[in-house]
Design a protein around this ligand. Sequence first.
Ligand code: DOR
Length: 309
Amino acid sequence: VDLAPGHKRGLLLRNPVMPASGTFSWGFEFEHHFGPEGIRRLGAVVSKGVTMEPRAGNRQPRVAETPAGMLNSIGLQNVGIEACVRDLAPQWARWETPVIVNVAGDTIDEFGEMARMLDGVPGVAALELNISCPNVDTGGMEIGQSVEASARATSAAVRNTDLPVIVKLTPNVTDPVALARACEAEGAAAICAINTVLGMAIDVDRRRPVLPRARGGLSGPAIKPIALRIVYDVAGAVRIPVIGCGGIATSRDALEFLMAGASAVQVGTATFANPRALLDVVEGLEAWCAAEGVARIADIIGCARPAPV
Ligand code: DOR
């Protein structure tokens, strides 16, 4: 799959499976467990969100398990963009698998600034603009809930880099299609849908929200139908590729997203219960394609959609 067809550099993946940002750290634990050949099995690697300055993240506890999925309020804990360029990118450059860096600006200008800092850095194949983090007071959803601000953040990044720019949408809006269209118009190479859904949990014994910030981002099985609906709607409204993310744990989940119109999928929360989840999805897709006589994934993308009239 090419996630940036027509873009000057393109973003060619050997398969459509990659981790969801934040659930994979910088990729080195996975490499440690599954070796370089494990990394080589993935379509791409997606980094944790990187901010201009290093961040310690929100107060603990920052994760709450619910039967429907996981709530997180990490608050973009990360090493900052300078350490990313200096220490992480040279290690990514060892891999043949493309690395997509998730970039979280505090302001629209920061998105432009960070895109400039990552431009031409060996080991960085593309950017994923995180305009959708629900756990920070500035940037994040503040940008991603506004069509105008989303368009400006996209434009700021696209103007400052030759790298393909993927925009990751928040589901916490009434009209994700309008956001996707605005980002496409500003030169986004692809759309990723979705980031986490705002939710909360209460500790009945303490009579307090479990998370100090009360709200957090819900991920996992509960949000799969939401993500699938948004991917279906967005894929029908834009010409650029759509990456599906939200509750994908198995190859059959991945197939639902591909059939809805996604060109690739991200696996996140599932990896906590099953560290092999990404590899299982890759292998499951290969087995399904072989059994069904599907030669290329492209042949099933959007196949569940009504035929164009
Ligand atoms: O749910 C999320 N949590 N989405 C993000 O984009 C960032 C992350 C965090 O660090 O809070």
